[in-house]
Design a protein around this ligand. Sequence first.
Ligand code: IPE
Ligand code: IPE
Ligand code: MG
Length: 238
Amino acid sequence: MQAVAAVPRHLAIVMDGNGRWAKKRHLPRFFGHKAGVDTLVKLIGTCQARGIEHLTVYAFSSENWRRPEDEVSGLMGLVIVAVTKYLTKLARDGVRIVIIGDRESVSDRLRRAWNEAEALTRDNKGLTLSVAFNYGGRWDIVRACQRAMADGLSAGQITEASLSSYLATAHAPDPDLLIRTGGEMRISNFLLWQMAYTEMVFSDCLWPDFNDAALDAALTAFAGRERRFGDVAPAAAR
Ligand code: IPE
Ligand code: IPE
Ligand code: MG
C-alpha cells in the first residue's frame, strides 16, 4: 500500500550556488554565503508553515576545506555571526537546532557557538533544523561503524537498524525529499546512507535566490511523485 505524503516530513537541501550568485554581482564569494544565510533563515519559517518537521541543510562539506583559506575562514566567521544574529529568533520560533558533522576539527569558538545553539533549543518542539557542517556521508558511515565497535557490538549485531542509530541523523527519519540548488546534479557526499529512497529535485536557481515560490514548486513536484520503495507500482498491484 502506498500512501502519497503530500508534504515531506523531512526535507534535505544542498544549498549550492552562493559563489556564482556573488560573481554575477561582481562581489567576493563571501557575500554570496552571507546572502545564503539570510535565505535559509527565511525559508525555515516557510518550511514550518508548510508542515515540514525536519529540515537538514548542507552548509559545509568535509571536502570544502579544499577551498582557499580566506573563503574557509570567512565561512567559519559567518557561522558565528549568524548564530549571534539569528539564534534568539529561531529559539523563539520553536526551532530545535542540531549540528551534524565533525566538530573535532573546527575552532573552539565555533564549537562553543554550535553547543550554545543546541543547548538553547534542545527542548523546542517545532521544526528540527539539522545543520550539516564539516559533514560528509562517508565520514558519517565510518564514524557510525567506529561508535558501534566502541560500544562492543559484534559483527552479527551490525544491522541496518543498529547502524542507523549510530549515524549523525539518528534523531530524524530518512529524508523524503532532497532539493539541490545551483544546477549541479550530484550528491557531493551528503547523506549517502540516508538517501536510499529520497526523491530528488534539482533546481538551477542559485541558493541566495531560492524563495517560497521555488520551495513550493519543489513541494508540488514531490507531491506528484509515486514512491515505491522497491514495490510494484500501486496500479499494477490491484
Ligand atoms: C555553496 O555554495 C555553499 C558552500 C559550499 C559553503 P558554493 O560556494 O559552492 O557556490 P558555487 O557552487 O561556487 O556557486
Ligand atoms: C556541496 O556543494 C556542499 C555544500 C553545499 C555545503 P559544493 O559546491 O561543495 O559541491 P561540488 O564541489 O560542486 O560537488
Ligand atoms: Mg558549489
